[in-house]
Structure formats: structure tokens, C-alpha cells
Design a binder for this molecule. Structure first.
Ligand SMILES: Cc1cc2nc3c(=O)[nH]c(=O)nc-3n(C[C@H](O)[C@H](O)[C@H](O)COP(=O)(O)OP(=O)(O)OC[C@H]3O[C@@H](n4cnc5c(N)ncnc54)[C@H](O)[C@@H]3O)c2cc1C
Ligand code: FES
Ligand code: FES
Length: 488
């Protein structure tokens, strides 16, 4: 049984007696590092943001310490707001926030400092001037209740991409130790945390511990720990399995490992599959995307998960491994009911296969939420339409938030089939959508609102692709749609 070893602010640390469900934030604060704050303990406010160095030392990533379980940092190096200054000099991100008066009560400030520090070292932000949406994206996981965002944004603009690591902060790039890639078997009391490095090891762990729960980035499962105070006798983590963190494009199909962090998928998809990038842009925050995975998004089987509509529209396939070997399940058959998947006990999702659409396929992805960023969808939609001689050869219209599972709109698709791609066919499909779904009323939207959104998103897709068949990076139908009349 291993002890947990990691570095915090360049100090080596060893832990052997704390439950595996102890969060990094709880440990930091209990060990006196109270510069890192707790606001929500559910990934929404960013007050707990710290920087974690990748296993291979390639990237510094801002993460929510409240959703990182302590064993997840075994072998890793991390920095808190208390470890940034060097030789009495603040980090440039700290200096910039001071210079722009970007802090009043200061509660959010440690989190912003860490988000800005990540920005200072991000190669993507080195091209000047950084695009506005990239700056918004950088800090959308941090809330400030009193200063106002203008001075914070000014500070961000000053430091974004400004720090060549080798000159300004070599200490932030100290190589991680060998523990960062090794398997881990940690136990404290009657709770254990197993992190194998192969799929076979994970399957064996599940067989040996039938009560085990799989975990990857813990951006969902961590909420069960922090909000419901759940404990798990055995957690089997997939995040140390290199084979599950790959992205390969082979013969027109993208193979996305189930444990690939969404930030890596987002970076690839900006050029590789813009329709997916468009959805990922509005998925959670940077902190969340640094930890969240494709596997976690599919396997939690939320009816309002944002990736399933895109995967359904692209006709993706889930690759499942179990004691009997591998099997391939089309994503349209993966969701069996509310939060139920086709995974049998002892099985894992290992990858998702995305067939790359042909360049002339019309594609769109839309997310509607009460707030534009870091919010849960009321309705998400993704569409793929193939035209032949101006008529619809096939259409895949997929929605989240309209039923107990993410689902395709079979009747609306049928209404489009063979029809000229024009207003009449779209109007017929809009009508058919009413029969496809009986959405629920809840605090994110009434059934009327969701039905109206679904109709309007389809119309918006038609208008958007009519004007510009290539998917633009910035969607025009994201954010709360204002609809005239009705019970919104
Ligand atoms: C602040 C915040 C914002 C969020 N924003 C969004 C958003 O905008 N859109 C959205 O869709 N979601 C959002 N989420 C939800 C969450 O981030 C995603 O669902 C994410 O993809 C989960 O991935 P994970 O690796 O963290 O999953 P985990 O929490 O590790 O696991 C989730 C579930 O899946 C199971 N599981 C994980 N991987 C596998 C696997 N390979 N095989 C079998 N079972 C597996 C686990 O047992 C668990 O039940 C948000 C969450 C938070 C806290
Ligand atoms: S405490 Fe709010 S995001 Fe962690
Ligand atoms: S400075 Fe008070 S919450 Fe941001």
C-alpha cells in the first residue's frame, strides 16, 4: 500500500492516513495553506483554484482544488497562491492585479491570481492581442462579487501569454517525479483508491472489488463527496492509464480515449472538428475542462450532458471493455434511461469513435443556458444534415434536455428526409419535433420553453447554414434566447 507523495509550493509532502475522498482543498486548508479559499465546494466559484503541473511537465493547469481528491495529486507538483512569489517579488499575475486595482474584499483574488498565472504561461495566449473570447474563457470559472470584472480583465490582458517559463518562473516547471505516472494503491481506514496504469489492471480491480466505483476527473463524482458527503469503499481511477488519454485519427475516424481531459479535446477540435469545439467552448470552465473527461460525460448519463448531442449527431460509437473483451455500442444505444447506460457491471468505457463528417455535411451545435458561461444547459442540440442535389439525403437531429436521456428526434429527421433543404421542410420538421419529445418542466425551463427552444434551434441552424455552410467558431445561438410571449 502506497503513501501519497507530492509537492506543494516546492515543498515535498507525504500523506498516509487520510481518507481517499479527502479533497485537495480540505487538505490544503487543514495544513495551514488558507490562502486558497473555499466558496462553493462544487466547482462554480473558482476561489479554490490552484495550478497543477501535467504528469509530463508540459502544461500548468488551473484546477478546482475542491473537486480534486487527494490521491489524484500523487506524484504531481502543484502551486497555491502562497507559492508564486520569488525572492520577495510577486508573480507578474499578482503584480498586474495590484496595478489594475483588481481586488476589493479579496475573497476571490487567490483564485483569480491562479487563473491569471495559468494565462501568463499559456502558449495559446502568446499571440498578441489575445482574442477576447479566449480571455473570457480563461476566467469564466472565477466569480467576483464586489470588484467588477473590468479591472480583472485588464490585468488578464496585461499578463496573458506574457511569461516565458524558462525566464520568469523556472520553478513552476520543475520536472514531476516518477510517481506521477506509476500505479497507485492507497488505503486509509476502510476506503481504498486504486489507480492502475493499464485497462487490464482497471478491469481486474473492478472484478476484485465488485462494489468499486470508477472515477476519472471527479468533476461529477466529486460533487457526491462534497455536497452529499458520500464515501466510497473502493474508487478505481482511470486517469493514470495512458492508453485512455490518447487522441488518434485513423482512416477518417477520431478515437478519443475515455480519460482524455476535455481541454485537450477542445484544443484539437478547434481545427480538427469545429462543431465539437463550439460545444466545448461553452462547457463548464477551464478549471472543469482541465479535469473533466469524455468518458465521465457519457457515463454519468445526464439528460443535459453537453457532449452527447454532438456525439449523437456525428453517429459516434462507444468502445466498451469488460471481462469478456471489447464491444462497440453506437452512442444512440448507449443511454438506456435516466442516468442508466448500456455498461454492464465490471465494464468500462474506454474510447469514443467519431467518424469525421465529410466537408459538405451541414453541422451545428447549440447550447442554451441561463448564463452564457459555466452553466448547465436548459437545452443543447447538435445537427448534421447531408444534402444531395439540394435535397436531404439524411439528417441527424440530436437534443439534450428534452427527454430522460439525450436523444435523436426520429420524427423530425423523417420529415426532412428526401425534402429540398428549405423553409417548408424545416417547418415540417419543427412540427414533427413536437411529437418527438415531451420535455419536463423544471427550474431551468418549462416544457413550453424547451419545446420552443428546440423548434427555434432547428430554424436557427437552417438560417446559419444557409448563410455560411462552414461552422463558425462562435455560435450565434448560445446564451438565453429571448422569446416573445409565453411562460418563459
Ligand atoms: C462546475 C461544473 C460545471 C460543469 N459544466 C458542465 C457543462 O457545461 N456541460 C456538461 O455536460 N457537464 C458539465 N459538468 C459535469 C461534468 O464536468 C462532466 O459530466 C464531465 O465530463 C465528467 O467527467 P469526469 O471525468 O469528471 O467524470 P467523473 O466525475 O470522474 O465520473 C462521472 C461518472 O462517470 C463514471 N465514469 C467516468 N468515466 C468512466 C469510464 N471511462 N467508464 C465507466 N464509467 C465512468 C463514474 O463512475 C461516475 O459515475 C460540470 C460540472 C461542474 C462541477
Ligand atoms: S470552492 Fe468554489 S470552485 Fe472550489
Ligand atoms: S474582490 Fe470581493 S469577491 Fe472579488
Amino acid at each position: 500500500m502506497d503513501a501519497l507523495r507530492f509537492h506543494v509550493d516546492d515543498q515535498p509532502v507525504q500523506v498516509s492516513d487520510l481518507a481517499p475522498t479527502t479533497t485537495l482543498l480540505q487538505w490544503l486548508r487543514a495544513s495551514g495553506r488558507t490562502g486558497t479559499k473555499e466558496g462553493c465546494a462544487e466547482g462554480d466559484c473558482g476561489a479554490c483554484t490552484v495550478l497543477l503541473l501535467d504528469e509530463d511537465g508540459s502544461h500548468l493547469r488551473a484546477v478546482n482544488a475542491c473537486l480534486v481528491l487527494l490521491p489524484m495529486v500523487h506524484g504531481r507538483r502543484l502551486w497555491t497562491v502562497q507559492g508564486l512569489a520569488r525572492g520577495g517579488q510577486p508573480h507578474p499575475a499578482q503584480a498586474a492585479l495590484v496595478a489594475t486595482s483588481g481586488s476589493q474584499c479579496g475573497y476571490c483574488t487567490p483564485g483569480f491570481v491562479m487563473a491569471l498565472t495559468e494565462a501568463a504561461h499559456r502558449p495559446e495566449l502568446k499571440q498578441a492581442p489575445a482574442q477576447d473570447w479566449r480571455l473570457d474563457d480563461q476566467v469564466c470559472g472565477n466569480l467576483c462579487r464586489c470588484t467588477g470584472y473590468r479591472p480583472i480583465r485588464d490585468a488578464l490582458r496585461q499578463v496573458a501569454g506574457s511569461c516565458p517559463d524558462d525566464v520568469v518562473a523556472p520553478h513552476l516547471r520543475a520536472a514531476p517525479g516518477g510517481d506521477a505516472r506509476a500505479s497507485l494503491h492507497y488505503q486509509a481506514g476502510d476506503e481504498r483508491y486504486l489507480a492502475p496504469v493499464t485497462v487490464e489492471g482497471a478491469l481486474a480491480a473492478l472484478e476484485q472489488h465488485p462494489d468499486a466505483r470508477v472515477v476519472c476527473g471527479a468533476t461529477d463524482l466529486g460533487l457526491a463527496v462534497t455536497q452529499q458527503h458520500r464515501r466510497f469503499p473502493t474508487l478505481v481511477s482511470l486517469e493514470r492509464i495512458p492508453a485512455l488519454r490518447r487522441l488518434d485519427v485513423v482512416a477518417g475516424t477520431v478515437h478519443v480515449g475515455a480519460a482524455l481531459p476535455l481541454c485537450d479535446l477542445e484544443a484539437w477540435s478547434e481545427q480538427g472538428l469545429p462543431v465539437l469545439h463550439r460545444m466545448l467552448r461553452y462547457f463548464g470552465s477551464r478549471q472543469i475542462k482541465h479535469r473533466a473527461t469524455v468518458g465521465g460525460n457519457l457515463c454519468n448519463a445526464s439528460p443535459i450532458g453537453d457532449l452527447p448531442p454532438v456525439l449523437l449527431a456525428l453517429d459516434a460509437v462507444a468502445v466498451v471493455a469488460g471481462p469478456g473483451g471489447q464491444r462497440r455500442v453506437p452512442v444512440r444505444d448507449f443511454f438506456l434511461g435516466y442516468r442508466r447506460t448500456a455498461l454492464a457491471p465490471g465494464e468500462l468505457l474506454v474510447a469514443v469513435e467519431l467518424p469525421l463528417p465529410s466537408p459538405d455535411t451541414l453541422l451545428g451545435a447549440y447550447k442554451v443556458s441561463r448564463r452564457r458561461e459555466l452553466d448547465i444547459s436548459a437545452v443543447a442540440a447538435a445537427f448534421a444534415v447531408q444534402l444531395q442535389d439540394g435535397a436531404v439525403a439524411w439528417a441527424r437531429l440530436a437534443f439534450g434536455g428534452m427527454a430522460a436521456t439525450p436523444a435523436r428526434a426520429a420524427q423530425a429527421e423523417a420529415a426532412l428526409h428526401g425534402q429540398p433543404w428549405g423553409p417548408d421542410a424545416v417547418a415540417a420538421a419543427q412540427e414533427a419535433l413536437q411529437a418527438d419529445f415531451q420535455p419536463i418542466d423544471d427550474h431551468r425551463g418549462s416544457a413550453w420553453y424547451r419545446r420552443t427552444l428546440a423548434r427555434n434551434l432547428l430554424l436557427g441552424f437552417f438560417e446559419e447554414t444557409r448563410q455560411q455552410p462552414q461552422v463558425p467558431l462562435q455560435p450565434r445561438h448560445t446564451g438565453t434566447l429571448m422569446l416573445p410571449g409565453g411562460d418563459r
